[in-house]
Design a protein around this ligand. Structure first.
Ligand SMILES: *Cc1c(COP(=O)(O)O)cnc(C)c1O
Length: 387
């Protein structure tokens, strides 16, 4: 039977207690989630600014659907590039400060369009060991295209420089998350940029968790570090996290973006997102740009959580961002803590190896501007009680 092998492997996953299950939410994404007939406080989403449930954005999406229809009908290069897509690209370029931007249906597709398109035979890719899975897959595609791919230890600039010095490749790409998704820490972007300049390399930055949250007006991690919109930088940002909707963009120089448009397979060979999604994102961008109050309340909740959990037996990693990982260590203990919180109406997922290094199983607590001070206090109180 064709399925025999799959059955055996599924049994192995189950025996290792690694079976994954989906929770069905009976409510929109927000501070509360209705699951299995009960309401839990949601510390599990990436909706950092609470925009997924924003009424104005939902209205812009509904209006957009009525004006522009449900679907785009084709890929961007055929006939699926509608006025709302074009407008959104221009708004993103202006917002990020780059000459041009290209939008994608998901961040996964955006990442697949960059590294394998810019790096092939004879080229070299240098990637942080803790990069997101989508960047790893992009790297594998570049490798299949003949690129020399090397991974440097997390944020280790000395190791990266050694690799750059030793590489004979004329065309080099440095690829990194700006905010690491399981640790919440930042890449040293000014140092990465300096290395890119010194060794004449591209710098590909994935700002999935910084866009909307960090920097003036929520412009993201590059703006947080006051870095210029250099033609050697390609900035990828996702639009389904802080922006609260769906999709992603890559921003860069006129020429780099034109090249991705001509050659990026995951841009070319897929249907454009519904135009209503672009309408919603234009509204979301406007809210982000004027979202100082949202970011201030997010930062206040993060500070409250960090103060409240100081001195606990489990330590929060040193993160300035909405991703606040509480290190438990042991796999079973992390799962048990997550389950005990769930019992008490709090949803904070346990993350285990191989997603994170052995011995560092953790709760990945996501803070949102949608949370109230009382929500955070409840999480702190319950964790102290369970300690
Ligand atoms: C979520 C995420 C992505 C993928 O974005 P999607 O829009 O969800 O496909 C890429 N990179 C990082 C770092 C992410 O966290």
């Amino acid at each position: 039977m064709t399925e025999n092998r799959l059955t055996a492997e599924l049994a192995e996953i189950k025996a290792a207690s690694l079976t994954r299950r989906r929770h069905v939410l009976e409510s929109p994404c927000g501070r509360l989630a209705a699951v299995d007939g009960k309401n839990v406080l949601n510390f599990a989403s990436n909706d950092y600014l609470g925009l997924a449930g924003n009424r104005e954005i939902a209205q812009a999406m509904a209006d957009g659907a009525l004006q522009w229809g449900a679907g785009s009908g084709a890929s961007h290069l055929v006939s699926g590039h509608l006025a709302p897509h074009e407008q959104l690209e221009q708004e993103i370029a202006t917002f990020t400060g780059f000459p041009r931007a290209l939008t994608f249906s998901t961040g996964y597709l955006a990442n697949l369009a960059v590294t394998p398109t810019l790096a092939g035979r004879g080229d070299a890719v240098f990637a942080d060991k803790l990069n997101h899975a989508s960047l790893i897959d992009a790297m594998q595609l570049a490798k299949a295209n003949g690129a020399d791919v090397q991974r440097y230890p997390h944020n280790d600039m000395a190791a990266l420089e050694k690799m750059l010095v030793a590489s004979p490749a004329a065309n080099k790409l440095i690829v990194s998350d700006a905010v690491f998704s399981m640790d919440g820490d930042l890449a040293p972007l000014p140092l990465l940029f300096a290395l890119a300049e010194r060794y004449d390399a591209w710098l590909v930055i994935d700002d999935a968790h910084g866009f909307g949250v960090l920097g003036p007006h929520g412009r993201g991690s590059l703006a947080h570090f006051n870095l210029p919109a250099s033609p050697r930088i390609l900035l990828m940002g996702t639009l389904g996290k802080a922006a609260g909707v769906s999709g992603a963009f890559v921003a860069g120089s006129e020429i780099a973006i034109e090249y991705l448009l001509q050659k990026g397979r995951s841009y070319i060979f897929t249907t454009a997102a519904p135009p209503a999604v672009a309408c919603a994102l234009s509204k979301s961008l406007e809210i982000i740009r004027h979202g100082g109050a949202l970011r201030a309340s997010l930062m206040a909740r993060i500070a409250q959580l960090r103060d409240g959990l100081a001195g606990l037996q489990w330590a929060l990693l040193p993160s300035l961002t909405a991703i606040q990982p509480l290190i438990v260590g042991d796999n079973e203990a992390a799962v048990a803590l997550s389950a005990a919180l769930w019992e008490r109406g709090l949803w904070a997922p346990a993350i285990r190896p191989p997603t994170v290094p052995k011995g560092t199983a953790r709760l990945r607590i996501s803070v949102s501007a949608a949370h109230t001070a009382a929500d955070i206090a409840q999480l702190i109180g319950t964790l102290k009680e369970l300690a």
